[in-house]
Design a protein around this ligand. Structure first.
Ligand SMILES: NC(=O)c1ccc[n+]([C@@H]2O[C@H](COP(=O)([O-])OP(=O)(O)OC[C@H]3O[C@@H](n4cnc5c(N)ncnc54)[C@H](O)[C@@H]3O)[C@@H](O)[C@H]2O)c1
Length: 322
């Protein structure tokens, strides 16, 4: 199959490229255009079945071109940092929402057989009940969440209006090698390896973590199944941990004796903070047989090793958004 993956230069996207190449699919991988020829996590990747593009999903003409002759599209390209979304609502909306529209429109015009639109558990807001199933109400507690609720609705509208085969995949927190420092697990690991103190914000929030290989397996199973048209599927593990529990587990894995310092600057606005997310993935299990295969401890050990093996992978500059 000819598969287009947007956001392929990113964390989950680059793992999905690897996963699908191993399954012998032909991949067109979209990286985010920049003038440095930086392909993110696609840098140096070569395979006869991989074609790398550089472009921008905010550009409708461009999306009409890259969606030609594709059987399946995974739309992962997004602005995903919640703190950044407070500062740059417009970029978040144009990329996540307008971008999803551009991809759906391209898929419609070019008769693409199946589109898998990446949503996020953040669309649910703080859990009203756990574990959260796909019928849980949505609550836009951040600009990021709002942009994803809107992109889910756009995907739905293309399905209902044009009978397109669109599936919404809704991963809960994903972690593993190559994740950027804006995510909690890399933030803890890199500080633990390099500093004497780990500075964190709210450590009582609880999240459901899935290893990136399990998330990719879930996405692959959704692609293969004939029973996903117009449906939403959570991808997660059901087990959830507080940030403090993760800090303690990582401390024991790394053998570190660092101290934890609560940094008020890292707190999100009270009503924007999602307190607990826990995934009910029964629907995905029923339709595809999915179950996560990598335990949280094993996944954390592998992730710690990766950050130790790649100490200079992320810039040590202080980078400010404003
Ligand atoms: N990481 C998680 O825990 C998680 C959980 C749920 C859902 N998701 C969803 O999975 C997808 C991938 O997330 P990720 O964690 O790999 O993030 P990521 O930031 O590593 O990847 C997103 C990629 O999108 C690209 N991108 C941004 N703007 C673009 C544009 N205008 N045009 C083209 N490309 C652009 C970026 O270059 C980036 O590499 C996102 O849609 C995200 O909402 C992630």
């Amino acid at each position: 199959m000819n598969i287009l993956i947007t956001g392929a230069d990113g964390f989950i996207g680059s793992h999905l490229v690897d996963y699908l190449i191993k399954k012998n699919h032909k991949i067109t991988a979209l990286s985010y255009y920049n003038s440095f020829n930086n392909l993110g996590w696609l840098n140096g990747k070569k395979n006869k079945n991989l074609k790398i593009l550089s472009g921008d999903i905010r550009d409708q003409d461009y999306c009409l071109k890259i969606t030609k002759n594709k059987d399946v599209i995974f739309n992962l390209a997004a602005i995903i940092s919640i703190p950044y979304s407070y500062l740059s609502y417009q970029n978040c909306f144009e990329t996540n929402t307008q971008g999803a529209y551009n991809i759906c429109l391209g898929a419609l015009k070019n008769k693409v057989s199946k589109v898998i639109q990446l949503s996020t558990s953040e669309v649910y807001g703080t859990a009203e009940y756990t574990p959260i199933d796909e019928n849980h109400p949505k609550k836009a507690q951040s600009p990021y969440s709002a942009s994803k609720i809107a992109s889910d609705a756009i995907a739905d509208s293309f399905h209902y209006t044009y009978d397109m085969d669109i599936t919404i995949a809704r991963p809960f927190n994903t972690y593993g090698p190559r994740q950027s420092l804006r995510a909690i697990i890399p933030t803890i690991i890199t500080q633990m390896i390099n500093n004497k103190v780990v500075k964190l914000g709210n450590v009582s929030t609880k999240r459901d973590f899935t290893h990136v290989t399990d998330t990719c397996r879930g996405l692959y199973l959704l692609m293969k199944s004939k029973r996903t048209k117009g449906e939403v599927f959570n991808i997660g593990s059901t087990k959830y941990y507080s940030i403090k529990q993760i800090f303690d587990t990582l401390k024991s894995i790394t053998g570190s004796n660092v101290n934890l310092e609560i940094d008020k600057k890292r707190f999100r606005p009270d009503n924007s903070e999602v307190q607990i997310l826990s995934c009910n993935y029964n629907k995905l299990k029923k339709v595809t047989g999915f179950a996560p295969q990598i335990s949280f401890k094993d996944g954390l050990r592998e992730t710690v090793k990766w950050f130790r093996d790649n100490p200079n992978i992320y810039s040590r500059h202080n980078i400010y958004n404003i």
